[in-house]
Ligand binder design. Structure first.
Ligand SMILES: [Mn+2]
Length: 363
């Protein structure tokens, strides 16, 4: 039995567009610190193998110290570390992995042909391969069969299981089922896949351990557990320093701040990045600047959107024989013909501005 820790898709030195440059810098630093946290976590759990399935760096254009920081942190791991470079951090003689000296316990797969590393002390073999370019139209996995030799066979690989793009090492579930592997540690898909099984092979994508935008919301983490012949007992562990969350807040008949309050978790949001979308019906819309002035300090980062629609009784004024009625009738016709929700929201906004202007004129 071997104890493993499986992680992937750190995307260190991501640009973090959408944050201030100061926060983006802080988040990049936190990303690098995550590696040391990971090493400490592995040591505390007496992990034998740390399996890192690619996309550790976001690109070849990393900050100079990043590879050094990674090498130093992984050198403190008491077990062995295996890295299978992916499409963002593909192996290249001039690439980021080649810039530093790696400690002895770290093995980086450097070939786009599968390689086997034997670990007799663990009765285990770790297989792996590398992307050697930003795309890999070959199937690095296909045809692989683990020897039936009583040893535990594990593979760490970046790739697209059941993918149809064929640009990122696509391979099939049938191939995994035939592999005879005990555990397949994958990287590439950024959401946790769940722990899956195909015949005797357990496989999983851990997802990225730290969200980097509102397309990577919620709990993020790593996988830890044990692998034995024909069985793996692996589970997800939350690891992210900060979460991205999107909350939809209906403000119909309520103050925006009050409504927002009911949607927030009891544990607080000071460490997290939130996008709040106000919906429902209002006469005047939501004063986003007023909400921001009060609420912003309670979040690491707060984005606000007003997607409320005009209250129904205001649209009813379309029946009036007045300039307001005429104006609203015109918009209502366009609203009924609108192609999508976004266009309807734009028309609601136009109605609001128009009504405000008309009210001033009528005074
Ligand atoms: Mn990735």
């Amino acid at each position: 039995m071997v104890k493993i820790l499986h992680a992937a898709d750190f995307h260190l030195d991501s640009p973090f567009a959408g944050l201030t440059s100061e926060q983006a810098r802080a988040r990049r630093r936190e990303g690098r610190e995550n590696i040391a946290r990971l090493a400490n976590y592995a040591n505390a759990g007496h992990v034998d193998l740390v399996l890192l399935a690619g996309d550790l760096f976001d690109s070849g254009e990393i900050y100079r110290q990043t590879a050094e920081t990674l090498a130093k942190a992984l050198g403190t791991v008491e077990g062995r570390v295996f890295i299978a470079p992916g499409n963002h951090d593909y192996w290249d003689e001039k690439g980021p992995y080649a810039q530093v000296n790696w400690p002895e316990n770290v093995h980086i797969f450097k070939s786009d042909a599968l390689e086997a590393v034997e670990l007799p002390e663990l009765n285990c073999v770790v297989h792996g391969a590398a992307f050697t370019a930003p795309e890999c139209t070959d199937n690095l996995f296909g045809g692989f069969r683990a020897e039936e030799d009583g040893r535990i066979h594990i593979m760490v690989l970046h790739g697209d299981l059941d993918g149809n793009a064929h640009r990122y090492n696509s391979f099939s579930k049938a191939e995994v089922a035939e592999s005879g592997l005990d555990y397949l540690a994958l990287g590439h898909v950024h959401a946790f896949s769940g722990i899956n099984r195909l015949w005797r092979t357990t496989w999983a994508y851990p997802g990225c351990p730290e969200g980097r935008g509102f397309d990577e919301c919620g709990r993020r983490g790593i996988l830890v557990g044990t692998v034995d012949k024909g069985e793996a007992d692996v589970h997800f562990v939350s690891f992210a320093r900060r979460k991205y969350e999107i909350r939809t807040v209906d403000v119909t008949g309520r103050e925006a701040l009050e409504a927002l309050e009911t949607q927030l978790p009891p544990g607080g949001t000071a460490a997290d990045l939130y996008r709040v979308v106000f919906t429902g019906e209002t006469a005047a819309g939501v004063d986003l600047e007023a909400v921001r002035a009060v609420a912003a300090e309670r979040f690491y980062h707060l984005e606000l959107r007003d997607e409320t629609r005009l209250t129904r009784d205001l649209w009813q004024r379309a029946g009036e024989e007045s300039l307001t009625g005429l104006f609203l009738r015109g918009l209502l016709r366009r609203r009924e013909a609108a192609a999508d929700e976004a266009e309807r929201l734009r028309i609601d906004r136009a109605a609001r501005f128009g009504l405000a202007a008309l009210e001033k004129r009528e005074l």
